[in-house]
Each structure stands twice: as structure tokens, then as C-alpha cells.
Design a binder for this molecule. Structure first.
Ligand code: GDG
Length: 732
């Protein structure tokens, strides 16, 4: 099987297969995504997805024939059974994710068999993707049916460059967290290197869920996960501009347009077209129009709403109910306002060919696009392109992604039927000049960023993440660098290791009780072993109080430095630096107590020569606000006393200025003629050590972020693996 360097993956392929009387048939869809993909300037690409027919209907020979035929069309099939389609696609995708992500939480159905099918079908896609992809392929996954796929691919193809694009809204954390499987889905998405959304609000919601559910903090849209960079950003999808211009100018469309003008002569034409979906606000739109007829009786007989609803997901009960409600509402309005020679609504429940939709766009005086929620909405953009230089007014819901790019539309709240009625009236009264001015501004934006640009832009951004990763990887400690480091350690005459504790040797724990952070047997063993090596001094240098360090490592030969250097254990005896912290403690304690009582989850820790305010267990937003204002109040309370406020990992710490890990390192190294110095740490207090380190020292930063260290390792686990290699130094 040939392997490809660029792989597009979506639930559906752009080719649909049918089988009639034993004969296989193929039809090509011409949606925006298909245009975007075909216009990509990439030689060696393949599109993986479901070809639209249940595998139960196919024989082995059929599947082989379909695979061959699709390969000639740049596609590769994922075969799904009718049951999988029902549970994975109609079930979890459209009965669970779709309603929730569009803020229709009461429509969400949670079923174990849906989730099971969703996970197993995502794994099935992964297997097919693996089959057709080179190990370092660029893989672009599309949409909410495949949210687990990036993570699944990452596990099997760690070298792949993976992009994911989310075509529907990503809801705010408050809504997203209602999903039982929210963490698994986020973790799936985080397998990607780039996660794209239509607008930045959706990216923001995604990032805030990552923070609140997984504790991952982003820096302007960049997350660091086990040393890997993941970016979240917005890429507003658009329409195939040239295609709509060509259609508009075609003879067939022009002829239909002329006949529509004739048919609606003397009448205002309002047009709307959507897939059947509760997110599209069709019932509210009808009510808005009814209200218009009531509020503006002068238009009775002089206006028609031409409404096309294209059948969609008709197997799902909610959609069947909606179809019925739409039909009843249309009949009610036609019955209430219609006359023998005029019907206010002309309704079609069918998928019309684009050659019939485009003339309607052109002839429409008003285009009503009023979804209650829509990731982007392409209908609005298609209308604008099709209009050309013919005047018309777009009424657009503020709940669509498209509204960000189309502020010259008449923007309405789709739930406010009075606003819809007023907007129609305003549109009819708008001068021809104003209509054209507004249209041109919006058309220009679509012309400048058509769907072909969108696809190329996304892949360029994906490549840029790779470059960013390579730049960050320069610091990554490579296998050969590690071997050289171990060699230096072995051949050294005198060795000093200075190791921070939390975040370097031990992962951060939610509980701030010291026992939660106690070393594992493995870690204790490593420290014990290295500290006992001849010509070796190992220092654990931490902000922790001396009693904690003593209880964890008091039985080893390690030298201990507690409270950032306020306490030091030398040859078995603890010494305290002669600094009086009590006046500072007295000044800041009332402030801290006040904040702690108003901040659920916060806690004060009193050390001998420092006071720490912990907010790891405080809700994220409250923590941000409190930490910010508390920092200022602490500074004010300290006044002229000799102390500083440091913001660390979910802590604020007040301590004497003279005490720092950097100062401790200088003291130690002045006493010691070591020709091998290793310093490891993870946070800003450890940067003081890196800066104070002599030239010949090897400094290792654990985790992401800017650093003065020479090397970086991604995690505590990686740091421990390195230390295990140092055990080899015992040869000397
Ligand atoms: C999802 C997101 C996002 C509709 N009826 C007929 C017909 N259509 C075509 C339209 C348009 C497309 O279907 C609908 O696209 P939308 O963007 O409006 O909405 P969704 O289908 O919900 O798409 C959406 C989009 O993905 C892309 O990322 O914008 O937010 O929900 O192209 O023209 N086409 C024809 N006959 C019809 O009767 N030929």
C-alpha cells in the first residue's frame, strides 16, 4: 500500500457511493471543503473518510472495487456498518455533541453505547489513517465526529504533524463541562499540533476548558504538553468565490434569475435556505416574519418569503419533530394572512441544485440568515458573492461565526422576533446606494479570503507550529548530549549536584499537605544512591520547610537547603541564617487572613523565614483576581521592611530579599572546587540558580517556559531517568 505525505480525514468523503441492482455508482460532492482540499498546492495527498454507504450492503468484492475506484479519485474509504453509523454518527455525534455544542443542552442524549461506538469508530479511522500515512505525514482531521482521532494518531505516529479543524461552535466551559466524556475529548484534540476554529471566541472557550478541566495554562493560544507545543487559533472558513461568480454569470442561472424577476415583479422577495436543523432558527424566523406581516400591513400582498429547507438527519426524532413544526407554522401563517391570489410563504422541503439556489440569491431583496447558533454559516457568504452588483440586504444573526466578518449586515438577535420584524422593515426602506455600499464592503472581505486561502492558511500555520517546535527542541537534551553529560560526570574529580524538589524531582500535587509530596521509594533510592557516591555532594535545594526535607531525606547523605536558603543542613546539623522575619510577618498577616477568608480553597503557610499564600485549589478566575490584588496589598503592607513578594507556581511568597536559591548556590560553589556541577530546576526561583551558576556548570530546566538553562527536559519523569543514569558514576 502506497503511503502519503498529506492526509485529509473527515467523517464523509467528498465522493458518495451508491449501489442499485448490484451496480456501484459514484457521485462527487462539490462542497467548500472539497474545493479547499483540491486547491491545496500539495502533490502527494489522500482524503480518508466514509463513502456514504453502509458496509452491510457491500460484498468483499464491492469493497475492493470501491477502494480501487476511490484511489483514482484521491480518496481512501473507511467502511462503517449500519449500526456504527447509527450509534457513532446519528448517536454520539448528532444526538450528543451537536446539540450541546450548539447550546441546546436539553436535546443532548447521553448513552453508553453511543460513546462506545464513537470511541471505537475513531479507533477504526486511526487504523485506516495509519495504513495510508508516512510516519512523518501531515494529517489534517476535520470536525466533531473525530475529536478523539488526533490523540489516537499521535500514539501510533508520534512523528506526524497533526492539524484538527472544528467546524461547529466550541461552547463555553460552563456548557462543555456538562459532557460526561469532556476530558477524553479534550485529550483527543490535544494530540493535534494545531487546533483550528472559525472564530477566536471558540478557541478561547477551548483553551478555558483545557485550563479548568486539565489544568493546562496557555500563553496567547499556545499550550505546552509534555514538552510539545499545541496551538489553538482561528481560521474563518469561506466559500468558493470563483465558483459562485461563474455560476452567477452562466446562461442557465441568468435565465432563471430573469424569470424570477418576472415572477416576483412588484413584490419584495425574502429568501432563506438551510439544512433542516434546530440550530438554524427556522421557527423563530417564521415567527419574526409573521410579526412583520402583522406590524407592517402595508406589505400584505407585496412580499413573499421563499423558504428552502434541505432534508437532513431525517432519521433522528428531533429533526422529524422540527420538520412537522415548520410545516404547521408555515400553514398557520399562510392560512392567517394568505389570500386567493397571494401566499406570504413559499416553502420547499427539498435539496435544490445550486443552479436553482444561486438565482434565488440574486433575486432576493432580503436574505434572512437567522441561526440560533452556527459555527460560521456559509449561506450568508454565498448570498453576498452571488449578488454581484445587484442590490440586496443581508439580515444576519449575531449568533453566527460569520457575523465577525460581516458587520455591515443588519445584525439581529435570532430569539428577538421583534428585531427580525424591524430588520425586514429597515431593509425594505434602505436606499439602493446604501445597500450596494454595504454589499461591496462585505464582498471584498470574502474575495480577499476565499476558501482556497483558508485551506492553504491552515496548512501554513500547521507548518509554522512545526518550526516553532523545532526551535524549542534546540534546547531539548538529546540522547548524545545526555551520554556526554554522564561521561563528564564519570570522569570528574569532584561532583556537585544541586536539585530543586517540587516540579523537578516531584510532580505538583493538588493537596498541599506535605505528605502528598513525599518522595516515592524510587526517588528516595536515586537520591540515596547518588548522595553516597564518593567525591559527590548532592544538595536538595527547595522552598519547603526544613522539617519536610528532613523527614524525606534526613536518612541519606544528601545536603539539604530549606526555605530557599534560610536553612541549611551541613554534616548532619541544621543552621539558620540570622535574619529576623517577624516584623514582616506581623505586617502582612492581617492582609493574608482577610484574603484567605474571602477566597475558598486558599491557605496560608507559615515557614520560619517566609509566609506563603497557596491558591492551587482556588477556582481559576477567582485565583487570578485575588493573586493580582493581594500581591499589591502585600507590597504595601511590607512598606520599608526588607522583604519581597514572589509569584510562584500557584503561590505568593513573602520572604527576605537576601534569601534566594541563587545566593545559596553562590555560597556553596565558593566553598567547593567541583569540576562537575549539575543544577536542575523548574520555576523562576531556580532561574536564580541558573544565572548564578559558573560557566562550566550544566543546567537543566524541567518543563516549558523561558530559561537561562542550557538544556530542557519535558517532565519530572524524564529528569528522574537522567538521574538514574548518574548512578553509573559510581565506577569512579
Ligand atoms: C457546518 C457548520 C459551517 C443548503 N441547502 C441547500 C444547499 N445548502 C448548502 C449551502 C451551504 C451549505 O449547504 C450549508 O453550509 P452552512 O455553513 O450554512 O451550514 P452547515 O451545513 O450546518 O455547516 C457551519 C460549515 O460547517 C463549514 O465549516 O459554516 O457553521 O454548521 O453551502 O449552500 N445546497 C444546495 N441545495 C440546497 O437545498 N445545492
Amino acid at each position: 500500500m502506497k503511503k502519503f505525505s498529506t492526509v485529509i480525514v473527515s467523517n464523509r468523503l467528498p465522493v458518495s457511493v451508491s449501489k442499485r441492482n448490484g451496480e456501484l455508482g459514484y457521485s462527487q460532492s462539490d462542497g467548500g471543503l472539497a474545493t479547499a482540499v483540491s486547491s491545496l498546492d500539495v502533490e502527494d495527498k489522500i482524503w480518508v473518510g466514509w463513502p456514504g454507504i453502509a458496509s452491510d450492503e457491500l460484498t468483499e468484492d464491492d469493497m475492493a472495487a470501491i477502494t480501487d475506484e476511490l484511489l483514482t479519485r484521491g480518496c481512501y474509504p473507511v467502511f462503517l456498518t449500519a449500526e456504527q453509523i447509527s450509534l457513532f454518527y446519528e448517536g454520539y455525534s448528532n444526538d450528543t455533541l451537536w446539540p450541546l455544542f450548539h447550546y441546546f443542552q436539553s436535546y443532548m442524549i447521553n448513552r453508553d453505547d453511543y460513546w462506545k461506538a464513537y470511541s471505537s469508530v475513531n479507533r477504526h479511522y486511526r487504523d485506516v489513517v495509519k495504513k495510508v500515512s508516512l510516519a512523518d505525514a501531515r494529517i489534517w482531521v476535520h470536525d466533531y465526529q473525530l475529536m478523539l482521532l488526533p490523540g489516537l494518531i499521535r500514539d501510533k505516529l508520534p512523528e506526524a504533524l497533526i492539524g484538527y479543524f472544528h467546524h461547529i461552535p466550541f461552547p463555553s466551559y460552563e456548557v462543555f463541562r456538562l459532557l460526561p466524556e469532556r476530558k477524553e475529548l479534550l485529550q483527543g484534540l490535544l494530540g493535534a499540533d494545531l487546533v483550528g476554529f472559525h472564530i477566536y471566541d471558540y478557541a478561547r472557550h477551548f483553551l478555558s476548558s483545557c485550563l479548568r478541566l486539565l489544568g493546562l495554562n496557555d500563553e496567547y493560544g499556545t499550550l505546552h504538553i509534555d514538552g510539545r507545543i499545541v496551538r489553538a487559533d482561528s481560521f474563518p472558513i469561506s466559500v468558493d468565490y470563483d465558483r459562485f461568480v461563474t455560476l452567477r454569470n452562466s446562461e442557465e442561472v441568468q435565465a432563471q434569475y430573469e424569470s424570477l424577476l418576472e415572477a416576483y415583479d412588484g413584490q419584495k422577495l425574502i429568501f432563506s435556505v438551510d439544512r433542516l436543523d434546530y440550530s438554524k432558527g427556522i421557527l423563530e424566523r417564521l415567527e419574526g416574519y409573521r410579526r412583520f406581516l402583522e406590524d407592517s400591513p402595508q406589505y400584505l400582498g407585496l412580499v413573499v418569503l421563499n423558504m428552502v429547507v434541505s432534508p437532513s438527519r431525517t432519521g433522528v426524532e428531533t429533526y422529524q419533530n422540527l420538520q412537522l413544526q415548520i410545516e404547521q407554522t408555515v400553514s398557520r401563517i399562510n392560512g392567517e394572512f394568505g389570500t386567493a391570489d397571494w401566499m406570504p410563504i413559499y416553502y420547499q422541503f427539498q435539496t435544490l441544485p445550486l443552479e436553482e439556489i444561486v438565482p434565488l440569491y440574486m433575486a432576493a431583496d432580503v436574505m434572512l440568515v437567522t441561526p440560533r447558533r452556527d459555527g460560521m454559516n456559509l449561506v450568508a457568504k454565498e448570498y453576498l458573492v452571488a449578488k454581484g452588483d445587484v442590490p440586496g440586504v443581508l439580515i444576519l444573526s449575531e449568533m453566527t461565526g460569520a457575523v465577525d466578518e460581516l458587520p455591515e449586515a443588519l445584525v439581529v438577535n435570532p430569539n428577538n422576533t421583534h428585531a427580525i420584524s424591524r430588520a425586514i422593515k429597515k431593509a425594505f426602506a434602505m436606499s439602493r446606494r446604501e445597500q450596494l455600499e454595504r454589499l461591496e464592503k462585505m464582498q471584498k472581505r470574502i474575495r480577499d479570503y476565499p476558501v482556497t486561502r483558508w485551506g492553504a492558511d491552515f496548512l501554513e500555520a500547521l507548518d509554522r507550529v512545526k518550526q516553532q517546535q523545532s526551535a524549542a527542541a534546540i534546547l531539548e537534551l538529546s540522547g548524545s548530549q545526555l551520554s556526554a553529560l554522564v561521561e563528564r560526570c564519570k570522569s570528574a574529580k569532584e561532583r556537585v549536584l544541586l536539585l530543586d524538589y517540587d516540579g523537578t524531582l516531584q510532580t505538583f500535587k493538588t493537596s498541599i499537605s506535605p505528605s502528598a509530596a513525599a518522595p516515592s521509594e524510587r526517588l528516595h533510592g536515586i537520591i540515596e544512591h547518588i548522595a553516597a557516591l564518593p567525591h559527590t555532594t548532592l544538595y536538595i535545594i527547595s522552598g519547603r520547610p526544613k522539617d519536610a526535607l528532613e523527614s524525606w531525606f534526613g536518612d541519606t547523605d544528601a545536603e539539604l537547603i530549606a526555605e530557599h536558603g534560610a536553612w541549611r543542613k551541613q554534616q548532619g546539623v541544621w543552621h539558620k541564617r540570622d535574619i529576623d522575619f517577624e516584623p514582616v510577618r506581623e505586617a502582612i498577616t492581617p492582609v493574608l487572613q482577610d484574603y484567605t477568608s474571602r477566597t475558598p480553597g486558599a491557605r496560608i503557610e507559615q515557614k520560619d523565614v517566609a509566609t506563603v499564600w497557596h491558591y492551587r485549589n482556588v477556582s481559576v478566575d477567582l485565583a487570578l483576581v485575588r493573586a493580582y490584588t493581594l500581591k499589591h496589598e502585600l507590597r504595601a503592607a511590607i512598606g520599608n521592611e526588607d522583604a519581597v513578594v514572589h509569584a510562584g507556581n500557584k503561590i505568593l511568597e513573602v520572604k527576605p530579599e537576601a534569601i534566594s536559591k541563587g545566593a545559596a548556590v553562590e555560597t556553596i560553589l565558593a566553598e567547593n572546587e567541583a569540576d562537575f556541577v549539575l543544577i536542575a530546576g523548574d520555576d523562576y526561583t531556580d532561574e536564580d540558580m541558573f544565572v548564578a551558576a559558573p560557566k562550566h556548570a550544566d543546567c537543566i530546566k524541567v518543563g516549558a517556559g523561558e530559561t537561562a538553562a542550557h538544556y530542557r527536559v519535558p517532565s519530572v519523569a524524564a529528569m528522574l531517568r537522567i538521574l538514574e543514569r548518574f548512578v553509573e558514576c559510581s565506577n569512579h
